[in-house]
Design a protein around this ligand. Structure first.
Ligand code: SF4
Length: 76
């Protein structure tokens, strides 16, 4: 996993987090807490769920603080 602040990668996906945009409503942590974790560093654990579930959750982020791109063309 990438250790640079606010950029998280596994084999399939790279997730970026922009804290200045975050509305801190906690939707991500409430709905997918195995990936978006409180009080743990790194706070995003991309091994915590299937890539499709992570993408689905990122698409619900109301502020746009979370973004992603696929490292491969296909998601298994
Ligand atoms: S869902 Fe988006 S805006 Fe809400 S806490 Fe998570 S990153 Fe921040």
């Amino acid at each position: 996993m990438e250790t640079n602040a606010n950029v998280f990668s596994n084999e399939e996906i790279t997730v970026t987090y922009e804290p200045r945009c975050c509305a801190n409503a906690g939707i991500c942590a409430k709905q997918l807490s195995d990936v978006f974790r409180h009080s743990v560093i790194p706070w995003i654990d991309l091994d915590g769920a299937q890539t499709k579930a992570i993408i689905n959750q990122i698409n619900k982020c109301p502020s746009g603080a979370l973004k992603y791109y696929l490292n491969k063309k296909e998601v298994a």
